[in-house]
Design a binder for this molecule. Structure first.
Ligand SMILES: Cc1ncc(COP(=O)(O)O)c(C=O)c1O
Length: 353
């Protein structure tokens, strides 16, 4: 990374100057609490559920568990309402609406551009390499404009499923003159280590993870951002004061007592991914199943749109990705349970016969 990297200079001036909301629970969480206009008679459920109290605005306990788990410091961890909150906050911190730009590498996760459009941020796109779906380093760096603030890389990538080559990622992180976000929503299904610990080395690196995939907790909406302390401090400053609710925080904390189950399930999905891949490859209509380090398989199949519709008519829902660049004729199929995959395969046999 260039020695001239200056985080403050990348941050929007209004955010640099922002005085954040100071919440009551940031000062005291014990004692006779008459400071936050909570309901003194409690929640309507049980006397001791404590849901009448606002949650911890800084989520110390949860951030600490996450930090230990990934081998980073608590100061390098932010928790948000899904990874989507992380993306939203990064845009709000670094990108001036109507002026600044982000860079993405399609085909990739749709929220990067949806969120940019919400914020009126310009989007530049450099396609991944055809078939390998690897980032094109020179073309990506050539696409940097004076107001380009953030490069978003997704590894393992959605919808293609592949990991990005580590050397190419390093080059991009070292040479991109702004923030590089590496979205690792699917990293636990992959064969590679997370980039989370590298935030200590690269001040411009931001790593996104989530409890929605390997943890099996999409319903609680808990996303994780790893970054250097300065970036995390900005995220803490800009977030809604009580972004993580108590029910979510409780479940997320409890999940760390279930790491064995989570690891077991992750391994089972990886094994099932291989089975499903083999079975898909046996089908005549399947032209290619792309290698995957995620919990889904990008599958090129003849008459993909029709197949998608016919599966849906039978109550089997996969994702049609044929409209994405470089994904002509492709379906994205989540790895299901062995039974679910059997149903999928026999339905596919039927509709492609
Ligand atoms: C690459 C990627 N990032 C993030 C997400 C969403 O994560 P969350 O549920 O934490 O918002 C998804 C969901 O499909 C995804 O594919």
């Amino acid at each position: 990374m260039s020695t001239t990297f200056d985080l403050d200079q990348l941050v929007r001036p209004n955010i640099r100057a922002l005085k954040p909301y100071h919440s009551a629970r940031a000062d005291f969480s014990e004692g006779l609490l008459l400071d936050a206009n909570e309901n003194s008679l409690g929640s309507p459920f049980t006397e001791d559920d404590e849901l009448h109290r606002y949650p911890d605005p800084s989520q110390q306990k949860l951030r600490n568990l996450i930090a230990q788990w990934r081998g980073v410091r608590q100061e390098n961890v932010f928790v948000g309402v899904g990874s989507d909150e992380g993306i939203d906050l990064l845009y709000r911190i670094f990108c001036q609406p109507g002026q600044d730009r982000i860079l993405t590498t399609p085909p990739t996760y749709g929220m990067y551009s949806v969120s940019a459009n919400i914020h009126d941020i310009n989007i530049d796109e450099v396609l991944l390499e055809e078939e390998t779906f690897q980032p094109r380093v020179d073309a990506t760096l050539d696409a940097v404009a004076p107001n380009t603030k953030i490069l978003l890389l997704c590894s393992p990538n959605n919808p293609t499923g592949n990991l990005f080559d580590a050397e190419r990622m390093t080059e991009l992180i070292e040479q991109f003159p702004g923030i590089v976000v590496v979205d690792e929503a699917y990293v636990d299904f992959s064969s590679e280590e997370s980039w989370a610990q590298k935030v200590a080395k690269y001040p411009n690196l931001v790593v996104l993870q989530t409890m929605s995939k390997s943890f099996g907790l999409a319903g609680i909406r808990l996303g994780i951002t790893f970054a250097n302390e300065e970036i995390i401090n900005y995220m803490m400053k800009v977030k809604a004061p009580y972004n993580i609710n108590k029910l979510t925080a409780q479940r997320a904390v409890e999940a760390f007592k279930k790491l064995d189950t989570i690891q077991f399930n992750t391994e089972a999905i990886r094994k099932e991914r291989k089975q499903l891949r083999d079975k898909l490859n046996d089908l005549k209509a399947v032209e290619k199943v792309y290698p995957s380090n995620a919990n889904f398989l990008l599958t090129k199949i003849s008459e993909a749109k029709k197949v998608y519709q016919k599966l849906a008519d039978r109550g089997i829902i996969v994702r049609y990705r044929g409209d994405e660049p470089l994904c002509d004729g492709c379906l994205r199929i989540t790895v299901g349970t062995p039974d679910e995959n059997e149903r999928l395969i026999s339905a596919l046999k039927e509709v492609t016969a």
